[in-house]
Design a protein around this ligand. Sequence first.
Ligand code: ZN
Length: 208
Amino acid sequence: MIPSPSGERRSVSPVRNGTASAVDRPRIEAAVREILFAVGEDPDREGLQETPARVARMYAELFSGLHAEPRQYLKKTFAQKYDEMVLVRDIEFASTCEHHLLPFLGKAHIAYLPAGEIVGLSKLPRVVEALAHRPQVQERMTEELADLLMDELKPRGVAVILEATHTCMTIRGVRKPGGVCTTSAMRGIFRDNQATRTELMALIYGPR
Ligand code: ZN
């Protein structure tokens, strides 16, 4: 067991300030040292001496989204008479699979049909990043993105498509390199209207 001055289970602070400072790095360092012992390594040999601290800094970054509130990026919207589809394609992301703590990497495509309010386009990648930087499951991340956009922008519909490669499938276990997992979440008109969905797919993947 890893000793911790703050008790065995550290609760996540309700004050989410968007920094990695809320991550307990000394505790990660102690844990990584334990893992190195457990696999039969010597954490004190030269090449490994700095590793626990390095891994702690890395996790602080990879999981900084736990202390960020993605909703904040969607608070500032603009009234705009534009009722056609807005699509941001190929938003690259790197997340961490919560089952293996291994990365999964891919692209997000996000579309919405405004109902009078639009959001700055640069905000969507920020929302993706805040959700990606926490222990994740691709299916849940897809739905969380769609629901956040529906909640905050109150559009006529939202579509989120994520395509990712999971290293937990390519470097271990079934070892199926190149497999891409696609997930989608459709809300509002994207769920109800086939023509809107077809238009979206043509915009992302080209006409079929
Ligand atoms: Zn996994």
